[in-house]
Design a protein around this ligand. Structure first.
Ligand SMILES: C[S@@+](CC[C@H](N)C(=O)[O-])C[C@H]1O[C@@H](n2cnc3c(N)ncnc32)[C@H](O)[C@@H]1O
Length: 410
């Protein structure tokens, strides 16, 4: 059985699989998000970046972060949860687990979800949405699981309050996440709301923008510490320079946006304001010339400039219009990162072979003393670079498996 993911949409009512097993009670009692309680969290992370996200959590003072496939589990308090959302650069969302129970049938699902005191978390005046993912389980229809979960939640609230909340899939007050794996159901609240890669600085999408979380993962993998120059000769809408600059200037990636937990009934506004004020106090400006972006496409460059201004970095990143073939990095050493088109979403493979040869030439002849990185989803094209990679990292750009190739350019 494969993976399926579903976001509950009103209007479609899938047919329930038949099952007559009596519903068991959940194996763990529900956790109410009271102040001071330990929150059992899971940071969902694009594959390949799990260890990076765990390191980020440790840097935030969360010492029990354990990286696994697709995410990191950790325990924290309310302050740690807010900080994780604000500061995590490589994670896509942070879930707070409410309960886990064995679940192979619709009645088991309904009973396990209904057992939670939902009326303590959601009032009838609030709206909700249910996200669902399934793997290797008896229940195989994610739409049905999402719907059944929603039914149990609203029934419990109606029983306690006399009326029920509505579903809003676009802008819900509370996002519930239900995950079934090997017939064990985990029900969580999504503390992030919108995915964390939506930083709030991207104004429009150009043809093939890199996801912000992936750009942050690439920068982390290069080990760039903000002390030496960083150049992106094919910067497109500027995701790599902007993510590098946010990091160097100590700007939290989530500084421009709101989070799901801000709608929760237990939201601690003074605590959140303190955390934001501390972050604000730590922001610095970065030296001019530290980060540069170049591109052949002037429209993409103008978008890069506008994105960087929206990110609070106006004038701090140098963007130049120019072809890779003329690129020479400023300085004797530093990190050069290229994310060339790779034929899957942009351009044609035949035309790209020459471009990859030129990337190899530019790295070899013009970037001596620098460390080069190429992120591509096309290993065949990567061979045309003609240099031996000293390291290869596997990362995912959405569903596309990519390689980040490292070149030592002596
Ligand atoms: C995959 S996109 C980069 C996306 C970028 N990382 C972002 O997040 O928006 C590749 C970029 O390479 C640029 N490009 C293609 N050929 C080029 C060349 N010969 N010199 C400079 N830039 C080039 C394209 O204009 C495009 O913006």
């Amino acid at each position: 059985m494969g993976n399926t993911t579903h976001i509950l949409r009103p209007g479609k009512r899938p047919v329930a699989p038949r099952n007559s097993t009596p519903p068991p009670r959940p194996t763990t009692p529900p956790v109410v998000l009271s102040s001071g309680s330990t929150l059992n969290c899971f940071a969902a992370v694009p594959r390949g970046a799990e260890e990076l996200a765990a390191t980020e959590l440790v840097q935030l003072g969360i010492t029990d972060a354990v990286a696994g496939k697709g995410g990191v589990t950790f325990n924290t308090d309310r302050s740690g949860l807010y900080q994780a959302n604000l500061w995590l650069r490589t994670a896509s969302r942070v879930l707070v687990q409410l309960t886990r129970f064995p679940c192979s049938s619709p009645p088991e699902l309904y009973a396990g979800v209904f057992a939670l005191p939902w009326h303590e978390l959601i009032t009838p005046a609030m709206t909700l949405a249910v996200d669902c993912s399934l793997r290797d389980s008896a229940l195989t229809h994610s739409g049905f699981v999402a719907l059944k979960t929603k039914d149990a939640v609203v029934d419990r609230i109606r029983e306690a309050c006399g009326s029920r909340p509505n579903v809003d899939t676009s802008f819900p007050d509370v996002r519930i996440n239900v995950h079934l794996h090997k017939n064990v159901c985990t029900v969580s609240l999504d503390s992030s709301g919108d995915a964390l890669d939506r930083r709030g600085y991207r104004l429009e999408r150009n043809e093939a923008p890199l996801r912000e979380t992936l750009a942050a993962a690439v920068i982390a993998l290069t080990g760039w510490d903000g002390a030496s120059p960083l150049a992106d000769p094919m910067c497109g809408s500027g995701t790599i320079p902007v993510e590098a600059a946010l990091r160097a200037a100590h700007i939290p990636p989530g500084f421009q946006r709101e989070f799901g937990f801000q709608q929760w009934l237990d939201f601690d506004a003074p605590l959140w304001e303190r955390i934001c004020a501390e972050a604000q106090a730590g922001i610095t400006t970065i030296p001019l010339g530290l980060i540069t972006g170049y591109d052949l496409d002037s429209k993409a460059l103008s978008l890069a400039r506008r994105n960087s201004a929206k990110a609070g970095l106006e004038g701090q990143i140098h963007f130049f219009h120019g072809a890779l073939q003329e690129f020479t990095p400023l300085g004797d050493s530093g990190v050069v990162i290229l994310n060339p088109p790779y034929g899957i979403r942009l351009g044609e493979e035949d035309d790209l072979r020459e471009l990859y040869c030129q990337i190899g030439d530019v790295l070899k002849k013009r970037c001596r003393g620098w460390t080069g990185y190429v992120l591509t989803g096309n290993l065949e094209l990567a061979k045309y670079i003609g240099l031996k990679a000293s390291r290869r990292y596997v990362l995912f750009n959405g569903a596309i498996e990519c390689r980040l190739l490292k070149y030592e350019l002596y």
